[in-house]
Ligand binder design. Sequence first.
Ligand code: ADP
Length: 369
Amino acid sequence: MSSDIFMKNASPTKEKTAAKTKGKNGLENPKENPERNLEENLKDTFLDQTLRPSRFEEYIGQTAIKNNLKILLQAAKERDHPPEHILFYGPAGLGKTTLAHLIAKEMNTQMKVTSGPAIEKVGDLASVITNLNAGDILFIDEIHRLNRAVEEVLYPAMESGVLDIIIGKGPSARTIQLELPPFTLIAATTRIAMLSSPLRSRFSGGVFRLEFYSEEEIEKIVARSAKILEAEIDKGAAKEIAKRSRFTPRTANYLLKRARDFAQVKRTALTEQIVENALDLLGVDSMGLMPSDRHLLISIAEKFQGGPVGLNTLSAALSEEESTIEEVHEPYLIRLGFLERTSRGRVITEKACKHLGVATPASLSEKLF
Ligand code: ADP
């Protein structure tokens, strides 16, 4: 039971996508989500927003990006012009959306939020973009999921501040051009490789890659979140959460909330031992692997003799979407050195076999000698 709950809540992509169903005008309506009950939805959305840093000083880590942004924003302010378009990329839960909010706050401007899948048609984009005021920020999450037709309308909007709309079809079709107020597009993606290079090159303000956090940085994030949640936590407990957090702030906050629930129900303090018990119950092991990560690795080791195995074969064997494997599981497993991506497919490493306590496949042992 517990692992089911964990899988549903902890998969960053799923949690986020589910919470971001499309509302009117292609903008998101976080309340509309058929998969989860309303109360649960609102509670989590509320907590996420409560824990989100509201000033750059509260945003821990990613120092190089913060320093670059400070210069970009300062220069824009001095010129009294919106900053140029910015792209953030990296695994889910590392703080891309948070940075966009911080930029809007710093520029003292409004931010409209939408996402690639929410903008299905050119008309959806036109309606979002023509509703912007001068200086507004438009945030498009999962921009790699925009379709080509929409992308092509976005180019002139980003570059020259005009929207080309084709009216009618065939020989009588004509283009009208709408002037747009100056705005800044901030986009986020977990799949930079899926972005066409013309689109990438239009982010003239910068393309920034968010890195996984260090354990010390996550400890600081946990301590800050615990303070906001009014949960007393000792250093050992914060360390244990950090160790199992996949170096990802969103996961760290999720684990903290679940450990706090556990301590509350057991009428005990949030100690290292309690964190261990709570996270063991959720099926999160000492390296932060979830049951689904272990299932993936064990399948490669046992069903595919350690690999290489192609992504689509793996996806079929696990009944898991390819995008979930690529966006949720792989970045962390590769970072741990548990999985390798080769031209012939995915290969498990000896380190992973040792951690999981499974026999090292013969193909791997052969490679070692
Ligand atoms: P992404 O857009 O990359 O998926 P988010 O910006 O939604 O990630 O971040 C998820 C949560 O993690 C936020 O609500 C925030 O509470 C926390 N978070 C992310 N980055 C940081 C950071 N650098 N410092 C503190 N908390 C952070």
